[in-house]
Design a protein around this ligand. Structure first.
Ligand code: NAD
Length: 368
């Protein structure tokens, strides 16, 4: 393995698969085809230095095979970095099944996919992702043990969102310490966008700490549920980014940190659970710095989900998973220190921390 895990951005076009793998420095891609059940899938194994490649399976009606390939390459690489920074012994992997879940998802298709996973002998372990649920994991489990995200009734880790929310809360406190000199969130105005599984649990932590909560969701029911239980100010879509606040916590969807929203945001900290918050890492990672906003990298603070399934592999124990997620405070602090020392944006500091860990363990493995 070379020193950097990624040499360049992956190309968006072209069909030279091995070339695309080498640009991302992927170890292995597995193309799965089963005409009998209509399965077309790609398993991406990016890096297994730290352990087996773990990452969810996404089912999506991709416009082209190339789109599916780019997605699996990016997502599996992302998992390598997320697990490395989280300090768990997992590599990065991800799988995509091509097709409309409403039309093609059957027991036979999932079991066929399970057999492909099983053939890899544990090098890839799957989990839930978009359009997959714990029942699907149960079906895949009929063919392979290399699956996580099983229901609690089957010894699985169940809903990861409380652990994810704990990690985000820790990242937010570490960010507050850096910006305000004090980790307390009492009286801090926090915008929470997205009141789903993670958002709701995050609100519980913030409410206990007496933060001032400003919330938004596109789903009225979600707003009602939160407003009935907690003291919150409900924002309109127009106010969401421009309201006076200290912290913005994106817990809905990606790419909300972009040129338009950065023009409006008045916050000092961005820290939330959504994946891929920066619309363009290079452009907006730099822009947040220039605006004097501290960005807690998404894949660092939202690692509670992967931490949770990691403990499923060891015989699940929620206390251990939560205790590990608490350490996201220290990791986030470390990333801010690296960013300051090396004068680089925080997302690059997080990448560096991941790469340093992987390279150190790779050297160790080569010696032993
Ligand atoms: P969820 O589906 O339970 O909740 C998402 C919420 O966002 C919903 O209430 C939805 O109505 C709302 N929403 C969607 N579009 C919106 C918009 N444009 N503006 C405002 N609200 C909008 O999902 P979740 O499990 O809470 O995850 C939230 C985010 O965190 C996702 O991006 C997810 O990928 C990421 N994440 C979740 C976990 C986890 O453990 N659940 C782990 C890592 C990352």
């Amino acid at each position: 393995m070379s020193n950097t895990l990624v040499n360049e951005k992956a190309p968006q076009t072209g069909t030279n698969v091995l070339n695309q793998m080498s640009l991302f420095n992927h170890e292995q891609l597995v193309f799965c085809n089963d005409n009998n059940v209509g399965l077309k899938a790609i398993i991406g194994i990016h890096n297994t230095v730290l352990g087996p490649a773990l990452g969810g399976t996404r089912m999506w009606n991709y416009a082209s095979e190339q789109d599916a390939l780019v997605d699996v390459l990016r997502l599996s690489r992302g998992m390598t970095y997320k697990s490395a920074v989280a300090g768990i012994n997992l590599g990065g992997g991800k799988a995509v099944i091509i097709g409309d879940p409403k039309k093609i998802k059957t027991e036979a298709l999932l079991r066929s996919f399970g057999k492909f996973i099983d053939n890899l002998g544990g090098k890839y372990i799957t989990a839930e992702d978009v359009s997959m649920n714990s029942r699907d994991m149960e079906i895949i489990h009929m063919e392979t043990d290399y699956v996580t995200g099983l229901p609690e009734s089957m010894g699985g880790s169940g809903d990861p969102s409380p652990v994810t929310a704990m990690g985000v809360w820790m990242g937010m406190k570490a960010s507050a310490k850096k910006v305000f000199g004090n980790e307390s969130l009492t009286g801090k105005k926090v915008i929470v966008q997205g009141l789903g599984n993670v958002g709701r649990h995050l609100i519980e932590y913030l409410d206990k700490e007496k933060a001032e909560l400003l919330v938004f969701d596109i789903d009225e029911e979600k707003i009602k549920a939160v407003a009935n239980q907690y003291k919150v100010k409900v924002l309109s879509a127009q106010e969401l980014y421009s309201v006076d606040a200290d912290i913005y916590a994106p817990c809905a969807l990606g790419a909300t940190v972009n040129s338009q929203t950065l023009e409006q945001l008045k916050v000092k900290i961005i820290c939330g659970s959504a994946n891929n918050q920066l619309a363009d890492e290079e452009i907006h990672g730099k822009m947040v710095e220039e605006k004097g906003i501290l960005y807690a990298p998404d894949f660092v603070v939202n690692a509670g989900g992967i931490i949770n399934v990691y403990y499923e592999l060891e015989g699940y124990n929620r206390e251990r998973a939560l205790a590990h997620a608490e350490r996201i405070y220290d990791t986030t602090t470390k990333i801010f220190e690296i960013a300051e020392k090396e004068k680089i944006p925080t997302y690059l500091a997080a990448n560096k921390l991941a790469e340093d860990r992987i390279n150190a363990i790779a050297k160790l493995n080569a010696r032993l």
